[in-house]
Design a protein around this ligand. Structure first.
Ligand SMILES: [Fe+2]
Length: 345
């Protein structure tokens, strides 16, 4: 099917005419909520495909991962809740989840435009901002007054993966109000976020990139922020579209919810890959590490800083929690990343 509005050019071989109409109307409502006029350029094929998936009209590309099935996640949550109660560790896990740490990183890039040397990025991932513990105030305490130039968000603003996002949006509004980032706030959607969050977070000053790129200029030089839709569950990521018109030699920071696009991003000459999703395990065992990380990629990409060929990457341990509000041996993390040019010699 082809939707007649050129800005909503989306094709599906599976939807019935009734379903096509439903997706088109929902997309129109989403665009109105986001404040975009019909006909204005939007990264619409991805947004529409995501809406069709959210409404159960299409299947997510990566739905076959057993651990992403809602019934499996519900069962896992119950098991974890029971285990925390039986072991008496529930309150300790909750307290651990309420103590975000600030992690400072310094990453050197020979190709970083000199006008951007020393730029400081506040990276927040997996806030799950409507989490049922008083984490938001702790996050606000930590980020308020941080000297940063740019704030980058890598998805999962909502605790649950379905239902209303009102409470998550209210919490995000408070957090973003505490962030001072002169070059702006940019982000992407995660597997817990509905498409309508593009517009709703936009109202609080965050530009959510759905397979799109924004260029940030300083004098004659620039860097490009490239944002792709969730690659983990929805599979609506489209790096090729996101990079359309971006010079191959440009300095590129990729925002993706999960680290699962590392190989593709390296081939596209991305310089820095920022992501989250894994929570670095969230519940880790001493000396052993994470019990599980829900990502289809090598383990070295699922936590902290890493390198893939010439590309540097950072996978945040996340600020919030999913499934249960508890963490062990894996503190919530707020990252401040400074980009520098290598010192000679
Ligand atoms: Fe996620």
């Amino acid at each position: 099917m082809t939707i007649s509005n050129p800005a909503l050019n989306y094709r599906s071989d599976t939807l019935t005419e009734f379903e096509e109409q439903h997706v088109r109307e929902t997309a129109g409502a989403a665009l109105r909520r986001s404040g975009r006029r019909s006909g204005e350029r939007v990264p619409s094929p991805s947004l529409l495909r995501r809406l069709a998936i959210e409404q159960g009209l299409e299947r997510p590309r990566r739905f076959r991962r057993v651990l992403d099935r809602p019934e499996i996640l519900r069962a896992l949550r119950s098991v974890l809740q029971i285990a925390l109660r039986i072991t008496g560790l529930r309150e300790r896990g909750r307290q651990n989840a309420l103590r975000p740490v600030i992690r400072h990183l310094r990453l050197a890039f020979p190709t970083l435009p000199t006008a951007f040397a020393g730029i400081r990025i506040l990276h927040l991932s997996d806030l799950h901002a409507d989490i049922p513990i008083p984490l938001v105030d702790r996050v606000i305490e930590r980020v308020r007054g941080l000297a940063v130039d740019l704030c980058l968000l890598t998805g999962d603003y909502r605790f649950e993966a379905s239902g209303s996002c009102d409470r998550a949006c209210e919490a995000m509004a408070k957090i973003l109000a505490a962030v001072e980032a002169p070059l702006g706030v940019f982000g992407v959607l995660g597997n817990h976020d509905p498409a309508e969050m593009v517009g709703r977070l936009g109202q609080f000053g965050a530009s959510i990139l759905v397979n799109d790129t924004v260029e940030i200029r300083r004098g004659q030089e620039s860097i490009h922020l490239v944002g792709v839709d969730d690659p983990h569950y929805y599979g609506c990521d489209d790096l090729t579209s996101a990079l359309f018109g971006v010079p191959r030699e440009a300095f590129k920071i990729l925002l993706a919810h999960s680290p699962e696009l590392a190989s593709e991003a390296s081939a596209a000459r991305v310089n820095l890959y920022l992501c989250g999703h894994t929570h670095a395990g969230q519940i880790c065992l001493p000396w052993i590490g994470p019990m599980w990380v829900n990502a289809t990629c090598p383990r070295q990409f699922t936590r902290g800083s890493w390198k893939y060929l010439k590309m540097l990457g950072f996978t945040s341990a996340g600020v919030g929690c999913s499934l249960v509000p508890a963490r062990f041996h894996c503190p919530p993390e707020i990252a401040v990343i400074e980009l520098v040019c290598p010192t000679p010699g």
